[in-house]
Write a protein that binds this ligand. Structure first.
Ligand code: ARG
Length: 574
């Protein structure tokens, strides 16, 4: 079990039950792992199912629950411990809980929920990775925001994250682009149209190649030239890359996302030969129809293609070289790859190759897939020019937010800044609010909706809490308050939700699932708005007011922390 730096009622129970069952030799961890949140609150706040214990103690589970009930003293953390059938149910003592949770949040502030389990070890996170000369479209949104959220979550848990943007800056598509540029493009048009012009050329290449397949040969020839260091080919490639990077940077600036390394696929060119030698030496490389492959038949997978017939490298070749390089450079304990689920086989294949090369750290390579983003029911397609540009989406969201502010709160200070935080927040939260593996259909309407369970709803709840605190002139520095004043059910609901935050952060990390935090924040905001509706905060009784203000402050703090972990800003006014 981790020794948590935060309040952990499961640990308290595991301790207590562990002591009672000491002579059975049952480990505390084992008890900890059994604890559940009952589906119905009437059954208590935490439950110990006794089925497994029954096997060890050779007694009926109901009997075990009854015996434990008799032996356990609930105070001070619980107001009651009751056996119900095969379960031992724990009812939290609300005042103790309020005092403990709020006290913890007041001492930890924005670090509430943080953890030291990472111990400064490195985690490499490969995310975003758009392709050069192709538009940065909504299909890349998921990788970008999931990767960024995981980065922040793991840092919060004490890891040192290395964010790598594995840019798609190598491959036959550059041969196609050069071919198209030579035939139908011009320097002026590219300077003027930038990526849009590159995209036009790319789309044109594909429609023309349908009529004239020889264009494909020409494209292959150009790519070969790039790989062989031909000056003309390389300088065109560099030019296209610079244009793309400038455009990508505008999107990253809007999202306020940065990377520790921008080493794209091309970075590994000079590291390929060593990989090929190693594969040969380990007798993994096999010739097949002139190409070089690693046979994966024994593992129920198609072969991993390493070199094409013409000797050019592939996506997987570069991924293997990159993994070896990253292990050597960063000594990672985990390397995460955030891409669409469509690439699952690709990752399975080359992870296997790394394993076959004899590297036990192959088990630390993790593919983090997400569902398909489609547009009006159809796949996004750069080739067909059917995409929604991320920059357009973000800018439209910001404009829409500004229009709403101008209508509802025209006197707001720093309107543009707030509009950016909220517009971008809406888009980011939209992409992080559902289980990542779910397919999503992009709709402008939904992406720009501020109603219901959205990012702006959370931001608004945060701003509302800030405004209450401002009005009351609240200062968290004076840390005394009377937790017994928080005895309304609505206030208690908020306290219990606040308690859960650290555990949710851990689950989000363990499952690589930022949406666990998104859903949690929605629950917290609902609980808080319910409390605000039921209980007046600014009241005559100074102790009651102080206690309620502490609760408001705690909610504000946790909302801001949680949004921050998702890569979303929390403005104090909106
Ligand atoms: N550029 C790729 C794409 O757009 C994603 C790269 C992911 N990272 C990796 N190491 N393969 O699909």
């Amino acid at each position: 079990m981790q020794t948590n730096s935060y309040l952990d009622y499961k640990e308290i129970i595991a301790d207590t039950v562990g002591k009672v069952l000491a002579e059975t030799g049952l480990e505390k961890q084992a008890i900890y792992a059994l604890l559940e949140y009952p589906p119905d609150e009437k059954l208590g706040d935490l439950a110990l199912p006794c089925f497994q214990l029954s096997k060890i103690l050779k007694k009926a589970p109901n009997l075990i629950a009854q015996e434990l009930e008799a032996k356990i003293d609930p105070a001070p953390y619980f107001e009651a411990v009751k056996a119900t059938g095969p379960y031992l149910n724990f009812f939290v003592a609300p005042v103790t809980l309020a005092g403990e949770v709020l006290g913890k949040i007041m001492t930890c502030g924005s670090n509430y929920g943080a953890h030291a389990i990472g111990g400064g070890q490195n985690i490499v996170i490969d995310f975003s990775a758009p392709n050069i000369a192709k538009p940065f479209h909504v299909g890349h949104l998921s990788s970008t925001v999931i990767g960024n959220a995981l980065y922040k979550i793991f840092e919060f848990l004490g890891y040192n994250c290395v964010g790598i943007n594995h840019l798609g800056d190598w491959g036959t598509q550059f041969g196609k682009l050069i071919t198209a540029y030579k035939k139908w493009g011009s320097a002026e048009a590219v300077e003027k149209g930038l990526i849009k012009e590159l995209q036009r050329l790319y789309v044109k290449f594909h429609s023309e190649a349908e009529q004239d397949p020889s264009l494909e040969d020409e494209a292959r020839e150009w790519f070969r030239k790039i790989e062989n260091g031909d000056e003309e080919a390389l300088s065109l490639w560099r030019w296209f890359k610079d244009i793309s990077l400038e455009e990508f940077q505008r999107v990253y600036d809007l999202l306020e996302i940065s990377f520790d390394s921008m080493a794209g696929e091309s970075f590994y060119n000079d590291k390929i030969d060593a990989v090929l030698d190693e594969l040969k030496e380990k007798q993994l490389l096999v010739e097949s129809d002139g190409a070089a492959i690693v046979n994966l038949e024994d593992y129920g997978m198609p072969p991993c293609l390493i070199l094409k017939k013409d000797g050019s490298t592939l996506y997987a070749t570069r991924d293997i070289a990159a993994a070896l390089y990253r292990k050597k450079t960063y000594q990672f304990v985990k390397a995460l790859y955030v891409t669409g689920a469509a690439q699952s086989l690709h990752f399975k294949q080359w992870f296997k190759v790394v394993e076959l090369m004899g590297y036990d750290w192959a088990k630390d390579l993790v593919h983090i897939p997400f569902g398909l983003v489609s547009l009006e029911g159809e796949k996004l397609s750069t080739r067909k020019g059917r995409v929604v540009l991320l920059e357009d989406l973000l800018r439209t969201a910001i404009e829409k937010t500004l229009a709403i502010i101008n209508e509802k709160n025209p006197g707001l200070a720093r309107k543009e800044e707030v509009a950016q935080m909220v517009g971008v927040g809406a888009v980011v939260f939209g992409a992080l609010s559902v289980n990542r593996i779910k397919d999503v259909t992009f709709s402008w309407e939904e992406a720009l909706s501020f109603e219901g369970e959205t990012g702006p709803y959370l931001q608004y709840t945060h701003a509302r809490a800030c405004s209450i605190l401002r009005k009351a002139g609240f200062s968290p520095e004076v840390d005394t308050f009377a937790p017994e004043k928080l005895n309304d059910p609505a206030a208690l609901r908020v306290v219990k939700t606040l308690y859960l935050f650290p555990e949710k952060v851990l689950s989000a990390a363990n499952e690589y699932e930022p949406s666990i935090i998104s859903r949690y924040l929605i629950d917290l905001a609902h609980a808080f708005n319910g409390f605000y509706h039921e209980c007046q905060v600014l009241v005559d009784d100074p102790d009651l007011q102080r206690a309620r203000l502490v609760l408001v402050w705690a909610v504000k703090t946790v909302l801001a922390t949680g949004l921050g972990l998702l890569g979303i800003k929390a403005p104090e006014q909106m």
